[in-house]
Design a protein around this ligand. Structure first.
Ligand code: SAH
Length: 361
């Protein structure tokens, strides 16, 4: 009887309300999950086609000045071996992306704001642009910075930026972070990024301790309110060396389902944005990312970091892909994506259509 949900979903897509979204998130009827997925996939194919874009992600350092209670590479976790890839190593991985026709790459790391870090990123951006003759798109995901830094990096060639707000609820945010971390500051950074010219991506932790369905409904509406271009969100997965490592019983299936429902609802509400099927989904199920694509995502970020460093970048436990090198991963992903009837678009940036439309006014 999946049909019975179609009218509600149609209405939610046209005019999402907090109450309506909350009801859908709360309802754990498997028929609803099916109907949601079907509806969202229809929106995705109508708006963006059956296309998937790869962004090779280089996790170039786990050195972090932040102390988020959920994150395995938080400053206070002294059990982590800290690493930082050299410029040569990063450029080697960037070249790999270029030679394998990945249209873009993502540079991600722990958060630092010191001048050496800012300069290194600027230098790398110019080098990556040069080695790929301007053809590799570069997304940054290196946390909160000041406006001037965002502008410098934009000038140097980055054109997309991911900064998860983690939750749209400032009170929940403060329960997940020490006092020195500010929701307002993070929110302001999203404005700075927009102002600097980036395509802006944000997202949330899904199913994090203390979060309600109402918070999650608010998260979806937050994306609409700030008119976001890209979304990267994933289920919370505990890491035992963190304060939230054992705070609640962990139910992987519930987390996976919630993650998929959030993707589907965001696709229905935001329609033409880019949405990533994130690695956290894969940590919960070997086919998690493929399920994400079926629920409306259109971006995958294969890890291209040298295997030697992967153990150092465990944001959460059982992060997959510790032993799967970039080549194996590309082959496996391509096969599973084609099996879904989707196409990997090599050699294209795959910019957010939502952004392009706003640019045109
Ligand atoms: N330091 C950068 C990005 C690196 S962390 C920044 O500040 O933006 C990337 C993302 O990993 C975070 O935004 C967070 O949402 C996610 N993450 C961290 N710990 C996690 C956990 N335990 N489970 C799931 N996702 C987690």
């Amino acid at each position: 009887m999946a049909r019975s949900y179609d009218a509600i979903l149609e209405k939610t897509a046209l005019q999402p309300t907090r109450q309506g979204l909350r009801d859908l998130l709360e309802n754990d009827d498997p028929e609803l999950l099916q109907a949601l997925t079907r509806h969202a996939y229809h929106v995705k194919t109508r708006e963006l086609g059956r296309n998937v874009y790869f962004r090779g992600i280089i996790e170039f350092s786990n050195i972090c000045t932040k102390d988020c209670y959920y994150c395995g590479i938080r400053k206070s976790n002294h059990l982590v071996n800290r690493y930082e890839l050299s410029e040569e190593e990063i450029l080697r991985e960037a070249r790999w992306c270029y030679e394998n026709h990945y249209g873009s790459l993502v540079l991600q790391s722990g958060e630092r704001r010191d001048p050496a870090f800012v300069d290194k990123i600027e230098w790398l951006l110019k080098e990556i642009k040069s080695l790929s003759h301007g053809s590799l798109g570069v997304t940054l995901s290196v946390g909160e910075q000041d406006l001037k830094t965002y502008e410098r990096w934009f000038q140097a060639g980055a054109h997309r930026y991911l900064l998860r707000i983690e939750t749209s609820n400032p009170r929940l945010y403060s329960s997940l972070h020490p006092k020195s971390h500010s929701w307002e500051e993070r929110r302001r950074c999203l404005d700075y990024l927009r102002q600097s010219g980036y395509q802006v991506g944000t997202g949330f932790l899904i199913g994090v301790p203390g979060q309600t369905f109402d918070d999650m409904a608010g998260d979806i509406l937050f994306l609409k309110e700030i008119d976001i271009d890209m979304v990267g969100m994933g289920p919370f997965i505990p890491h035992e060396e963190t304060p939230l490592g054992s705070s609640a019983p962990f139910d992987p299936l519930r987390q996976l389902t919630l993650g998929l429902k959030m993707i589907a609802l965001v696709r229905m509400v935001m329609k033409d944005v880019n949405i990533a099927a994130t690695t956290a989904l894969q940590a919960l199920s070997p086919t998690g990312r493929e399920l994400g694509l079926r629920a409306g995502a259109n971006i995958i970020m294969p890890n291209v970091t040298d295997l030697a460093y992967r153990r150092g970048y465990q944001l959460y436990q059982n992060k997959p892909g510790l032993d799967e090198n970039a080549v194996e991963q590309r082959i496996n992903l391509e096969q599973s994506i084609e099996a879904l009837g989707e196409k990997v678009c090599y050699g294209e940036w795959g910019d957010s259509l939502h952004f392009k439309k706003r640019q045109k006014g």
